[in-house]
Design a protein around this ligand. Structure first.
Ligand code: HEM
Length: 217
């Protein structure tokens, strides 16, 4: 890989490492986050993906970003059904943002509906992540909390049979982005920021849900 996709991956490598090694994520992968903490993570995602997918609805008419705003990626319905399973019928009342989620959602709301560079940056960090490490996280949490599809639908893309092939196409879209160099620089910067916003959410969740489970697997 030598194009923009490779540049983006390289430029965000250290932020990626920072996000994946946050205590909350390490504990999630070690099976020691209490179930309420996992439910709270799912709730944070709902707040974030509602903003991302509201931006995607606008960007479907944008010539630069339209291909990224692919409806097969949409996660809001899956998150709502997961939360109904995790929290029960009153789930909507229990969706509370931590402070970092408020900042993250505000950033997406402010920039991603009007700027294709910002939209693609936030889109890349979440959805390509969901199709990558997210697949490992999905298998782990399903085992930890003994959940089948209800509760972990967020991690499964029903309309994508081959995530690896989808990621190859996605990276080709990144390579083909029709943006001036200054906007590509903005996209790189905003992707770093998006990773940092994710890390901050994990940080807040780690504080709110200290370790208390004995690992089960
Ligand atoms: C347990 C935590 C995580 C693990 C084990 C993990 C693992 C991985 C791995 C193995 C890849 C490379 C996949 C490939 O090239 O096909 C990858 C890529 C990626 N991950 Fe993660 N990840 C984790 C957390 C995260 C988080 C929290 C985010 C963002 C919020 C994220 C965003 C990404 C993105 C955007 C890519 C694509 C990089 C690129 O090729 O341009 N990951 N991850």
């Amino acid at each position: 890989m030598t194009g923009f996709a490779a540049r983006l991956r390289k430029a965000t490598m250290s932020e990626h490492r920072d996000a994946e090694t946050r205590g909350f994520i390490t504990r999630l992968m070690g099976g020691t986050v209490p179930r309420d903490g996992f439910a709270a993570l799912t709730a944070q995602y709902l707040i974030i993906y509602r903003e991302l997918e509201a931006a995607a609805a606008v960007m479907r008419d944008n010539p630069v970003a339209a291909d990224f705003a692919d409806p097969v990626l949409s996660r809001v319905a899956a998150l709502e059904s997961d939360l109904a399973h995790l929290y029960g019928p009153d789930w909507a009342a229990r969706v509370e943002p931590v402070a970092a989620t408020e900042r993250y959602a505000a950033r997406v709301r402010e920039f991603c509906r009007t700027s294709p560079a910002h939209f693609v940056a936030h889109h890349y960090v979440r959805y390509l992540g969901d199709l990558s490490g997210g697949q490992l996280v999905g298998r782990k949490v399903a085992a930890t909390y003994r959940l089948d599809l209800p509760g972990t639908a967020f991690y499964r893309f029903d309309q994508i049979n081959d995530p690896k092939a989808y990621k190859t196409v996605y990276r080709a879209r990144l390579d083909a982005l029709d943006l001036p160099p200054a906007d590509l620089d903005t996209l790189v910067d905003e992707s770093q920021r998006a990773f940092t916003l994710n890390s901050a959410v994990f940080q807040d969740l780690g504080t709110a849900y200290p370790e208390d489970l004995v690992p089960v697997a």
